[in-house]
Design a protein around this ligand. Sequence first.
Ligand code: PLP
Length: 368
Amino acid sequence: MAKPPRLFLPGPTAVADEVLEAQARRLIGHRGPEIAALLESIQPRLRQVFQTDHRVYVSTSSATGLFEAAARSCIRERALCCVNGAFSERWAEVVEANGKAHARLEVEWGAPILADHVDEALGEAAADGAPFDAVTVVHNETSTGVTSPVDEIAAAIRAHERKRGEPILLLVDTVSSLGGIDVRTDEWGLDVCLTGGQKCLAIPPGLAFAAVSDRALERASSIPDRGWYFDFLIYEKYLERSQTPATPAVTLLYALDLQLDRILAEGLGARFARHRAMADHVRSWALDRFDVLAPEGYRSDSVTAVVNTREIDVGALNAFLAGTVDWIVSNGYAKLKDKTFRIGHMGDHTVEECAELTGAIDMFLGEG
Ligand code: PLP
């Protein structure tokens, strides 16, 4: 098979050679002392990256599995699902498919979810006598390149919770932000903060993670039908013995082990600053040549959805990029296909690589 081009996708992202190579070590069993030592050493570093004192569960699944986990373990009566793009829509579908009552708070693709929207929806539901006990939000909508102000949304939810006297759990998808954009799990009061490894954390796909609060576990213990594979209480039971409920993807844990060291050696602050600098470069380039879908103030630091104002052929662009600089970018997602294309400036990418990429797109445009 010909060597595939390097990835400038908004996930999976390019993985450093040394991280890929870390997977090629001899395997260990999943119930012995070696795996316990590995998981014990990974746990505090994961907590640092999540900025949490809560436990962080490691799931051998993609991030969508944890949509199901959060829905099954945390929604007892009724959830408010905030929808502003393809992945928040998927989360609402997962909630529905798991038989959980819910209502959607929908704004157009490309817009952020704002605290006022959530405040209004929670207020109306309480007045109608059908209050929500959980809210799902996607922090960084990868389909549109929009970052929603989760800290403000969290504050609005807390105000309703005080009035109601019952927890309203905040379940947040940070799949394309955690490790690249500042996510303060504890300071913001997130009950579930879930992510996947293949985006800003820059490991190969196949692992997902969730920081889960005590309140969320209390809720889980009051819900009878939580399934098994994604039951947070089963995760908790095994975490207490430094194991996972079922056989984990051991080789991915090797990759994670090394990558967590690399992330913490860079420093979270420096990593966020690098993502901001990459985003600044890509955004200003895109605004000069095309347009950016996300409104100012809500533009993601990890992915830019460039509006295809020139109606370029995205397939031809990728063929050109692959042949010249050995990179590929991503087409727009679902209904935004060909109307946008997306550049994933996340993970271990650098500003220099972003400049190489945008320079090559300029050549494709005949402006290089
Ligand atoms: N949420 C967001 C914001 C995503 O970008 C993605 C994937 O791109 C997902 C959820 C689903 O993740 P996975 O494909 O790992 O299940």
